[in-house]
Design a protein around this ligand. Structure first.
Ligand code: UTP
Length: 289
């Protein structure tokens, strides 16, 4: 089944990045020179997504502006003949009408954010991409769409047992193929003792329309928030629910460590930075090791 729409929930407060996120959206933090949200939109566009739905909140207008013309900047670059830079500034302009924005009026959780987009989704599956989960190399949401049949599909990865309480954790069933595993149960932020496995859900999902009906009930879960994983969990047994184990490296850019690691990883790949950065890290940072 073709998945044509993607939701980008960007309504969170980003408190782990204060004070940087006091007046700037977390999703606009750059990895090298590109904001996190642009990586997410590029991943979706390269996966064949045609409609991009952002769930925003107060203080997030920089995201809308980022995906629009900036006439003063563009005219300035044009008048100076900086055509390559101009191309960079214009590369995210899509067909008019393919970007839509809805507001989440309070940060009541990821499930609530997704539910806020309900009127823009018809009777069809939709992809969900969390921009702060940056996946390096390959295109995870494309792989998921290519492997999707029906029901709900969640990206999963193995995490350290001691980290399970930061994630939704699945109870894996039978292996359908090398990457796809049946999900028998799903629990949000379990204690280490209660975690059914160490297979954690990360920010890529394909959900069926029925999940919106569950979210409609506005049931609160972990952290007193409306959790997407709880809504998906309640569909287990009623429709297919599978985990897609991706092979690429994922960076949790919602955490400071993950954000810095991603910046180094992506910088090292830029030919103009690679050599200088490597020798600086070796000589200045790790010289005592
Ligand atoms: P996080 O759990 O990282 O929360 O959300 P957060 O508010 O962004 O950051 P911290 O924990 O306070 O530092 C994961 C994703 O879900 C979105 C966020 O914008 C982020 O992309 N989200 C979360 C919403 O859109 N609305 C919410 O109510 C909560």
């Amino acid at each position: 089944m073709k998945v044509k729409k993607a939701i980008f929930p960007v309504g969170g407060l980003g408190t782990r990045f204060l004070p940087a996120t006091k007046s700037m959206p977390k999703e606009m933090l750059p990895i090298v020179d590109k904001p996190l949200i642009q990586y997410a939109v590029e991943e979706a566009a390269n996966a064949g997504i045609e409609q991009f739905i952002f769930v925003t909140s107060r203080g997030k207008s920089a995201i809308e502006n980022h995906f629009d013309h900036s006439f003063e900047l563009e005219n300035n670059l044009l008048s100076k003949g900086k055509r390559e830079t101009l191309k960079t500034a214009q590369e995210m302009l899509k067909i008019p009408g393919s970007f839509a924005y809805v507001r989440q009026q309070e940060p009541a959780g990821l499930g609530h954010a997704v539910w806020c987009a309900r009127h823009l989704i018809g009777d069809e599956p939709v992809a969900i991409i969390l921009a702060d989960d940056l996946i390096h190399g390959g295109n995870t949401i494309k792989e998921m769409i290519d492997n999707y049949n029906s029901g709900n599909m969640l990206a999963v990865m193995d995490v350290d047992k001691k980290e399970v309480s930061s994630y939704g954790v699945i109870s894996p069933g039978k292996l359908i193929d090398n990457n796809v595993t049946e999900i028998l149960g799903l629990v949000e932020k379990p204690s280490i003792e209660k975690a059914p496995s160490n297979m954690a859900v990360v920010g890529r999902y394909i959900i069926e329309p029925a999940v919106f009906e569950v979210l409609e009930k506005q049931n609160r879960g972990s952290s007193n928030e409306i959790q997407l994983t709880d809504a998906i969990a309640s569909r287990i047994g009623k429709s297919n629910c599978v985990g897609y184990k991706f092979s690429q490296q994922r960076f949790d850019c919602g955490s400071k460590l993950g954000f810095i690691q991603a910046n180094i990883r992506f910088s090292i790949e830029r030919p103009e930075m690679k050599q200088n950065l490597k020798s600086w890290l070796k000589l200045e940072i790790f010289s005592d090791d």
